[in-house]
Design a protein around this ligand. Structure first.
Ligand SMILES: [Ca+2]
Ligand SMILES: [Ca+2]
Ligand SMILES: [Ca+2]
Ligand SMILES: [Ca+2]
Length: 334
Protein backbone atom coordinates (compact mmCIF):
# COMPACT_ATOMS: atom_id res chain seq x y z
CA UNK A 1 0.00 0.00 0.00
CA UNK A 2 2.82 2.34 0.90
CA UNK A 3 4.55 1.79 -2.45
CA UNK A 4 1.24 2.38 -4.24
CA UNK A 5 0.81 5.64 -2.34
CA UNK A 6 4.33 6.69 -3.29
CA UNK A 7 3.68 5.78 -6.92
CA UNK A 8 0.49 7.85 -6.91
CA UNK A 9 2.31 10.77 -5.36
CA UNK A 10 5.14 10.43 -7.86
CA UNK A 11 2.79 10.31 -10.86
CA UNK A 12 0.96 13.38 -9.55
CA UNK A 13 4.25 15.19 -8.99
CA UNK A 14 5.41 14.27 -12.49
CA UNK A 15 2.08 15.42 -13.97
CA UNK A 16 2.50 18.75 -12.20
CA UNK A 17 6.04 19.17 -13.48
CA UNK A 18 5.51 17.94 -17.03
CA UNK A 19 5.32 20.91 -19.36
CA UNK A 20 2.14 21.07 -21.37
CA UNK A 21 2.93 22.70 -24.73
CA UNK A 22 0.51 25.09 -26.42
CA UNK A 23 0.61 26.26 -30.02
CA UNK A 24 -0.69 29.76 -30.74
CA UNK A 25 -0.54 32.51 -33.35
CA UNK A 26 1.15 35.84 -32.75
CA UNK A 27 1.55 38.98 -34.84
CA UNK A 28 4.58 40.31 -32.93
CA UNK A 29 6.81 39.75 -35.96
CA UNK A 30 4.65 41.84 -38.28
CA UNK A 31 2.62 39.00 -39.79
CA UNK A 32 0.95 35.93 -38.31
CA UNK A 33 3.42 33.32 -37.08
CA UNK A 34 2.96 30.12 -35.08
CA UNK A 35 4.75 29.76 -31.76
CA UNK A 36 4.75 27.11 -29.03
CA UNK A 37 5.16 27.68 -25.32
CA UNK A 38 4.79 25.53 -22.23
CA UNK A 39 1.86 26.31 -19.98
CA UNK A 40 4.25 27.57 -17.29
CA UNK A 41 5.60 30.19 -19.72
CA UNK A 42 8.88 28.37 -20.42
CA UNK A 43 10.09 27.10 -23.77
CA UNK A 44 8.73 29.89 -25.98
CA UNK A 45 9.69 28.98 -29.54
CA UNK A 46 8.89 30.39 -32.97
CA UNK A 47 7.92 27.64 -35.45
CA UNK A 48 7.11 29.55 -38.67
CA UNK A 49 9.26 32.22 -40.26
CA UNK A 50 7.48 33.42 -43.37
CA UNK A 51 6.02 36.79 -44.43
CA UNK A 52 2.71 35.04 -45.24
CA UNK A 53 -0.13 34.56 -42.74
CA UNK A 54 0.49 31.34 -40.81
CA UNK A 55 -2.50 30.50 -38.60
CA UNK A 56 -4.70 27.81 -37.10
CA UNK A 57 -2.11 25.37 -35.67
CA UNK A 58 -3.65 21.96 -34.95
CA UNK A 59 -1.67 19.12 -33.37
CA UNK A 60 -1.78 15.59 -34.73
CA UNK A 61 -3.13 13.13 -32.13
CA UNK A 62 0.41 11.82 -31.42
CA UNK A 63 1.70 15.39 -30.85
CA UNK A 64 4.46 14.99 -33.44
CA UNK A 65 3.01 17.05 -36.30
CA UNK A 66 1.19 20.38 -36.54
CA UNK A 67 -1.24 21.18 -39.35
CA UNK A 68 -1.75 24.88 -40.09
CA UNK A 69 -3.04 27.28 -42.72
CA UNK A 70 -0.69 29.45 -44.77
CA UNK A 71 -1.06 31.58 -47.88
CA UNK A 72 2.70 31.56 -48.58
CA UNK A 73 2.12 30.01 -52.01
CA UNK A 74 -0.42 32.65 -53.03
CA UNK A 75 -3.63 31.09 -51.74
CA UNK A 76 -4.75 29.42 -48.53
CA UNK A 77 -3.27 25.93 -48.21
CA UNK A 78 -3.02 23.42 -45.40
CA UNK A 79 0.57 22.84 -44.39
CA UNK A 80 2.14 20.31 -42.07
CA UNK A 81 5.27 20.74 -39.99
CA UNK A 82 7.07 18.73 -37.37
CA UNK A 83 6.48 19.82 -33.78
CA UNK A 84 9.83 21.66 -33.76
CA UNK A 85 8.91 23.66 -36.90
CA UNK A 86 11.04 21.62 -39.30
CA UNK A 87 9.79 19.92 -42.46
CA UNK A 88 7.12 22.46 -43.48
CA UNK A 89 5.23 21.07 -46.47
CA UNK A 90 2.13 21.94 -48.49
CA UNK A 91 -0.54 19.26 -48.01
CA UNK A 92 -3.33 20.55 -50.26
CA UNK A 93 -1.56 22.08 -53.31
CA UNK A 94 -4.69 23.51 -54.87
CA UNK A 95 -5.31 27.04 -56.21
CA UNK A 96 -8.61 27.23 -54.31
CA UNK A 97 -8.88 28.25 -50.65
CA UNK A 98 -8.18 25.33 -48.29
CA UNK A 99 -8.60 25.66 -44.53
CA UNK A 100 -9.84 24.44 -41.15
CA UNK A 101 -7.78 21.24 -40.94
CA UNK A 102 -8.92 18.66 -38.41
CA UNK A 103 -7.07 15.37 -37.73
CA UNK A 104 -8.87 12.07 -37.45
CA UNK A 105 -8.28 10.59 -33.98
CA UNK A 106 -5.96 7.91 -35.43
CA UNK A 107 -3.93 10.59 -37.24
CA UNK A 108 -4.35 8.91 -40.62
CA UNK A 109 -6.72 11.41 -42.20
CA UNK A 110 -7.32 15.15 -42.23
CA UNK A 111 -10.70 16.78 -42.84
CA UNK A 112 -10.70 20.31 -44.21
CA UNK A 113 -12.86 22.88 -46.00
CA UNK A 114 -12.16 23.92 -49.59
CA UNK A 115 -13.95 25.81 -52.36
CA UNK A 116 -12.10 23.92 -55.12
CA UNK A 117 -15.41 22.90 -56.72
CA UNK A 118 -16.81 26.43 -56.67
CA UNK A 119 -18.44 26.48 -53.24
CA UNK A 120 -17.06 25.51 -49.85
CA UNK A 121 -17.32 21.78 -49.10
CA UNK A 122 -15.85 19.35 -46.58
CA UNK A 123 -13.03 17.15 -47.88
CA UNK A 124 -11.12 14.29 -46.29
CA UNK A 125 -7.63 13.23 -47.38
CA UNK A 126 -4.96 10.93 -46.06
CA UNK A 127 -2.42 12.69 -43.84
CA UNK A 128 0.07 12.57 -46.74
CA UNK A 129 -2.37 14.62 -48.87
CA UNK A 130 -3.50 11.78 -51.15
CA UNK A 131 -6.99 10.34 -51.71
CA UNK A 132 -8.92 13.61 -51.45
CA UNK A 133 -12.68 13.04 -51.20
CA UNK A 134 -15.57 15.53 -51.12
CA UNK A 135 -17.76 14.26 -48.27
CA UNK A 136 -20.35 17.04 -47.96
CA UNK A 137 -21.47 17.70 -51.58
CA UNK A 138 -23.35 20.67 -50.17
CA UNK A 139 -25.81 22.55 -52.32
CA UNK A 140 -24.69 25.93 -50.99
CA UNK A 141 -21.86 26.01 -48.43
CA UNK A 142 -20.29 23.73 -45.81
CA UNK A 143 -17.31 24.32 -43.51
CA UNK A 144 -15.71 23.83 -40.07
CA UNK A 145 -15.33 20.02 -39.98
CA UNK A 146 -14.62 18.24 -36.70
CA UNK A 147 -14.10 14.51 -35.98
CA UNK A 148 -15.79 12.51 -33.28
CA UNK A 149 -13.38 11.10 -30.66
CA UNK A 150 -13.87 7.54 -31.97
CA UNK A 151 -13.29 8.67 -35.57
CA UNK A 152 -16.62 7.27 -36.76
CA UNK A 153 -18.38 10.60 -37.36
CA UNK A 154 -17.73 14.06 -38.75
CA UNK A 155 -19.67 17.15 -37.76
CA UNK A 156 -19.72 20.25 -39.93
CA UNK A 157 -21.73 23.40 -40.49
CA UNK A 158 -23.80 23.94 -43.63
CA UNK A 159 -26.11 26.63 -44.92
CA UNK A 160 -28.32 24.19 -46.80
CA UNK A 161 -31.61 25.70 -45.57
CA UNK A 162 -30.47 29.32 -45.37
CA UNK A 163 -30.07 29.56 -41.59
CA UNK A 164 -26.99 27.39 -40.94
CA UNK A 165 -27.29 23.95 -39.35
CA UNK A 166 -24.91 21.38 -37.89
CA UNK A 167 -24.74 18.09 -39.78
CA UNK A 168 -23.23 14.83 -38.54
CA UNK A 169 -22.19 12.15 -41.02
CA UNK A 170 -19.93 9.14 -41.46
CA UNK A 171 -16.36 10.05 -42.52
CA UNK A 172 -17.23 9.10 -46.11
CA UNK A 173 -20.12 11.60 -46.08
CA UNK A 174 -22.91 9.01 -45.88
CA UNK A 175 -25.66 8.94 -43.23
CA UNK A 176 -25.77 12.72 -42.94
CA UNK A 177 -28.17 14.00 -40.28
CA UNK A 178 -29.20 17.59 -39.53
CA UNK A 179 -28.84 17.57 -35.73
CA UNK A 180 -29.87 21.18 -35.07
CA UNK A 181 -33.02 21.60 -37.24
CA UNK A 182 -33.90 25.11 -36.17
CA UNK A 183 -34.69 28.28 -38.16
CA UNK A 184 -32.12 30.21 -36.10
CA UNK A 185 -28.37 30.26 -36.73
CA UNK A 186 -26.57 27.13 -35.43
CA UNK A 187 -22.83 26.47 -35.57
CA UNK A 188 -19.51 25.82 -33.80
CA UNK A 189 -20.04 22.08 -33.11
CA UNK A 190 -17.75 20.01 -30.87
CA UNK A 191 -18.26 16.37 -29.90
CA UNK A 192 -18.33 15.38 -26.24
CA UNK A 193 -15.41 13.15 -25.20
CA UNK A 194 -17.70 10.08 -25.27
CA UNK A 195 -19.00 11.05 -28.73
CA UNK A 196 -22.65 10.91 -27.65
CA UNK A 197 -23.34 14.64 -27.62
CA UNK A 198 -22.43 17.81 -29.46
CA UNK A 199 -22.10 21.25 -28.00
CA UNK A 200 -22.99 24.06 -30.39
CA UNK A 201 -23.71 27.77 -30.51
CA UNK A 202 -27.20 28.93 -31.45
CA UNK A 203 -29.30 32.07 -31.72
CA UNK A 204 -32.53 30.08 -31.16
CA UNK A 205 -33.29 31.58 -27.74
CA UNK A 206 -32.90 35.17 -28.94
CA UNK A 207 -29.38 35.64 -27.63
CA UNK A 208 -26.19 33.80 -28.58
CA UNK A 209 -26.25 30.70 -26.41
CA UNK A 210 -24.44 27.43 -25.73
CA UNK A 211 -26.53 24.30 -26.32
CA UNK A 212 -25.94 20.54 -26.18
CA UNK A 213 -27.70 18.02 -28.45
CA UNK A 214 -27.94 14.34 -27.58
CA UNK A 215 -27.01 12.57 -30.82
CA UNK A 216 -29.21 9.53 -30.07
CA UNK A 217 -32.43 11.45 -29.39
CA UNK A 218 -31.61 14.90 -30.89
CA UNK A 219 -32.93 16.39 -27.63
CA UNK A 220 -31.42 19.84 -27.09
CA UNK A 221 -30.41 21.34 -23.73
CA UNK A 222 -29.81 25.06 -23.18
CA UNK A 223 -26.57 25.17 -21.17
CA UNK A 224 -25.93 28.91 -20.88
CA UNK A 225 -29.59 29.71 -20.01
CA UNK A 226 -29.28 33.49 -19.90
CA UNK A 227 -29.95 36.43 -22.18
CA UNK A 228 -26.37 37.54 -22.82
CA UNK A 229 -23.66 36.54 -25.30
CA UNK A 230 -22.14 33.03 -24.85
CA UNK A 231 -19.81 31.19 -27.21
CA UNK A 232 -16.57 29.23 -27.74
CA UNK A 233 -17.61 26.22 -25.65
CA UNK A 234 -15.00 23.55 -24.90
CA UNK A 235 -15.61 20.19 -23.17
CA UNK A 236 -13.63 19.21 -20.10
CA UNK A 237 -11.72 16.02 -20.96
CA UNK A 238 -13.96 13.99 -18.60
CA UNK A 239 -17.08 15.34 -20.33
CA UNK A 240 -18.73 16.61 -17.13
CA UNK A 241 -18.23 20.33 -17.74
CA UNK A 242 -18.19 22.96 -20.46
CA UNK A 243 -16.03 26.08 -20.39
CA UNK A 244 -17.20 28.99 -22.54
CA UNK A 245 -16.95 32.73 -22.90
CA UNK A 246 -19.91 34.60 -21.46
CA UNK A 247 -20.67 38.29 -20.90
CA UNK A 248 -22.80 38.42 -17.72
CA UNK A 249 -21.72 41.99 -16.91
CA UNK A 250 -20.81 43.48 -20.26
CA UNK A 251 -17.32 42.03 -20.56
CA UNK A 252 -16.42 38.47 -21.47
CA UNK A 253 -15.55 35.99 -18.72
CA UNK A 254 -14.57 32.32 -18.74
CA UNK A 255 -17.51 30.44 -17.24
CA UNK A 256 -17.55 26.72 -16.43
CA UNK A 257 -20.92 24.93 -16.38
CA UNK A 258 -21.25 21.65 -14.51
CA UNK A 259 -23.62 19.69 -16.74
CA UNK A 260 -25.07 17.43 -14.05
CA UNK A 261 -25.95 20.17 -11.57
CA UNK A 262 -26.26 23.14 -13.93
CA UNK A 263 -24.00 25.13 -11.58
CA UNK A 264 -21.96 27.87 -13.23
CA UNK A 265 -18.68 29.32 -12.05
CA UNK A 266 -17.11 32.53 -13.32
CA UNK A 267 -13.41 31.64 -13.34
CA UNK A 268 -11.96 34.97 -14.44
CA UNK A 269 -13.94 37.77 -12.74
CA UNK A 270 -11.88 40.39 -14.53
CA UNK A 271 -13.25 43.69 -15.90
CA UNK A 272 -11.41 43.21 -19.20
CA UNK A 273 -12.23 40.67 -21.90
CA UNK A 274 -11.55 36.97 -21.34
CA UNK A 275 -12.43 34.44 -24.03
CA UNK A 276 -11.44 31.37 -26.11
CA UNK A 277 -11.08 28.84 -23.24
CA UNK A 278 -9.46 25.47 -23.98
CA UNK A 279 -8.98 22.69 -21.39
CA UNK A 280 -5.59 21.05 -21.17
CA UNK A 281 -5.77 17.36 -22.16
CA UNK A 282 -5.27 16.31 -18.52
CA UNK A 283 -8.12 18.60 -17.39
CA UNK A 284 -5.95 20.43 -14.87
CA UNK A 285 -5.59 23.76 -16.70
CA UNK A 286 -7.58 26.07 -18.95
CA UNK A 287 -5.91 28.44 -21.38
CA UNK A 288 -7.72 31.54 -22.62
CA UNK A 289 -7.18 34.88 -24.31
CA UNK A 290 -7.48 38.18 -22.47
CA UNK A 291 -6.85 41.85 -23.18
CA UNK A 292 -6.37 42.66 -19.48
CA UNK A 293 -2.80 43.80 -20.12
CA UNK A 294 -3.75 46.18 -22.92
CA UNK A 295 -3.37 43.78 -25.84
CA UNK A 296 -4.62 40.29 -26.58
CA UNK A 297 -2.40 37.73 -24.85
CA UNK A 298 -2.56 34.04 -23.97
CA UNK A 299 -3.10 33.05 -20.32
CA UNK A 300 -3.24 29.75 -18.42
CA UNK A 301 -5.05 29.11 -15.13
CA UNK A 302 -5.82 26.09 -13.01
CA UNK A 303 -9.23 24.57 -13.79
CA UNK A 304 -10.59 26.23 -10.63
CA UNK A 305 -9.56 29.69 -11.88
CA UNK A 306 -6.55 30.09 -9.57
CA UNK A 307 -2.96 30.73 -10.59
CA UNK A 308 -3.56 32.88 -13.68
CA UNK A 309 -0.35 33.27 -15.67
CA UNK A 310 0.42 35.07 -18.94
CA UNK A 311 2.39 32.67 -21.16
CA UNK A 312 2.58 34.17 -24.66
CA UNK A 313 5.17 36.83 -23.81
CA UNK A 314 3.56 39.24 -26.25
CA UNK A 315 0.49 39.98 -28.33
CA UNK A 316 -1.37 37.08 -29.93
CA UNK A 317 -3.90 36.78 -32.73
CA UNK A 318 -7.55 36.47 -31.66
CA UNK A 319 -7.61 32.71 -32.24
CA UNK A 320 -7.90 29.95 -29.60
CA UNK A 321 -4.63 28.25 -28.70
CA UNK A 322 -4.12 24.50 -29.24
CA UNK A 323 -2.84 22.16 -26.50
CA UNK A 324 -0.53 19.35 -27.55
CA UNK A 325 -2.47 16.10 -27.00
CA UNK A 326 -1.38 13.59 -24.40
CA UNK A 327 0.12 10.43 -25.91
CA UNK A 328 -2.58 7.78 -26.01
CA UNK A 329 -1.61 4.48 -24.38
CA UNK A 330 -1.35 1.75 -27.01
CA UNK A 331 -1.75 4.19 -29.92
CA UNK A 332 -0.56 2.76 -33.22
CA UNK A 333 2.40 4.43 -34.89
CA UNK A 334 1.28 6.78 -37.68
CA1 LIG B 1 4.07 34.29 -41.19
CA1 LIG C 1 -5.22 26.19 -51.79
CA1 LIG D 1 -30.46 26.60 -37.98
CA1 LIG E 1 -13.63 39.58 -18.00
Amino acid sequence: MLSLAILCWLSTAVAQQTPRPLAFVTVRDGDAEIYVVNDDGTGLKRLTRNPAEDTHPTWSPDGKTIAFISDRDGNDEIYLMNADGSGQRNLTRNPASDGYPCWSPDGRHIAFASDREGKSDIYVCRSDGTEVTNVSHSQIWASYPTWSPAGDRLAYVTDIDGNQEVFVCAPDGSQGVNVTRNPAWDGDPAFSPDGRKLVFKSHRAGNVGVFVVDLATLAVTNVSKNNVWNEEADWSPDGTKLAYASSPAGNREIVVADLASGAKTNLTNNPDGDWAPRWSPDGQRICFLSDRDGEVRLYVMSADGSGVREVSGGAVLDEAASWRPLPRPGARPQ
